[in-house]
Design a protein around this ligand. Structure first.
Ligand code: UGA
Ligand code: MN
Length: 316
């Protein structure tokens, strides 16, 4: 075996350096073609490697980062559907660059299960809590859902953000990602239609000859801005020029109250997105309420996987 190796090694070196061994000082045509081919292939490989490196360092990242940031404020609360809703929304947001997801739970403390879910999705996020004030929790009437959460988000923006756009994205809605690219560049406030709202099936600004002339919604309720939470966005700069703007704890009037608190705001300054409100890119989807999972029989299922998945169930 040793001998065989040696002789094959000999043959190999013969191919490369054999030309000079012969003492002629010239390479045969075949050998020089091989040499040039080797040099050519090596150069090509080095060039390709350098090019790949160049590509990986440059274009996309640089051009995306200059886009204005989006701040997505998502109220959430403890219930069986919570992780499923956040997962669905999170993977939508994952298609959007330069975005910070402010997930704010109506609770006194954070839930590690929510934290793990957000980590797994991998969208840049801040997870905070903002409990609904006790007096609203106790009421038998309609509750101001997600209001303390959204106001906490506004507070965060006033402290940490300087530019870009804020959007209130409830955890249970459906969003076409193109709306995020459209809202990124607005000056003050933008609006657009939201599907699956009230008996009209859609809530939308009414546009005539390019102008906002009113609102279409199954419930107007004396509102100046009868729009759904999913149907508007506000620029951070504009928000910061209105230090008192916030959302009222007034069921049904959260959007209207917040938009009114941005005054002065001229109707003509409201930008109309989604093809000048001729398209539907967001939906007020509502999820069926699920009963909390029943308690696991720990004796019967001891030492099984069920002990693990039971810890993943969110029970109110
Ligand atoms: C509709 C609107 O889309 C909401 O923006 C508005 O706040 C709400 O009506 C209202 O007027 O009370 P709806 O689908 O009926 O929303 O309500 P939910 O989806 O149950 O709640 C809105 C958001 O608040 C959700 O992101 C939800 O996770 C959160 N929420 C709900 C809480 O943080 N705490 C709660 O107790 C309930
Ligand atoms: Mn909802």
């Amino acid at each position: 075996m040793k001998g065989a190796n040696y002789s094959s090694l000999g043959t190999y070196s013969g191919i490369n350096g054999g030309g000079n061994v012969g003492g002629t000082g010239k390479m045969s045509l075949g050998k020089s073609i091989k040499m040039y081919l080797t040099i050519f292939i090596l150069t090509t490989c080095i060039y390709m490697a350098l090019y790949q490196y160049h590509i990986s360092r440059e274009p996309f990242a640089a051009s995306e980062v200059v886009k204005p940031p989006l701040y997505i404020i998502t109220p959430t609360y403890r219930r069986p559907e919570q992780l499923a809703e956040l997962t669905r929304l999170g993977y939508t947001l994952k298609h959007v660059v330069n975005l910070l997801w402010l997930v704010i739970e109506d609770a006194n403390k954070t839930n590690p299960l929510v934290g793990h879910t957000l980590d797994r999705i991998g969208v840049p996020y801040e997870y905070m809590v903002a409990p609904m004030p006790e007096k609203y929790k106790q009421t038998k009437k309609a509750k101001p859902r997600g209001v303390s959460n959204r106001n906490r988000g506004l507070e965060y923006l006033r402290e940490h953000a300087t530019e870009g756009v804020l959007y209130f994205a409830d955890d249970d809605n459906t969003y076409d990602i193109s709306i995020f690219e459209q809202m990124r560049y607005i000056n003050k406030v933008a609006m657009w239609p939201v599907g699956l709202v009230t008996k009209t099936g859609v809530s939308s600004p009414i546009i005539q000859e390019g102008k906002l002339v009113g609102y279409y919604d199954g419930w107007i309720g004396g509102r100046k801005y009868p729009v759904d939470m999913a149907g508007f966005a506000v620029s951070v700069k504009f928000l910061k020029e209105r230090p008192n703007a916030q959302m009222p704890f007034k069921p049904g009037y959260e959007e209207d109250g917040f938009l009114r608190s941005l005054a002065p705001l001229d109707d003509a300054e409201i930008e109309l997105l989604a093809d000048e409100c001729r398209d539907i890119l967001t939906w007020h989807t509502q999820t069926k309420k699920n009963a909390p999972g029943q308690a696991l029989n720990r004796t019967r299922y001891k030492n099984t996987n069920l002990e693990h998945i039971d810890r993943l169930l969110v029970r109110p």
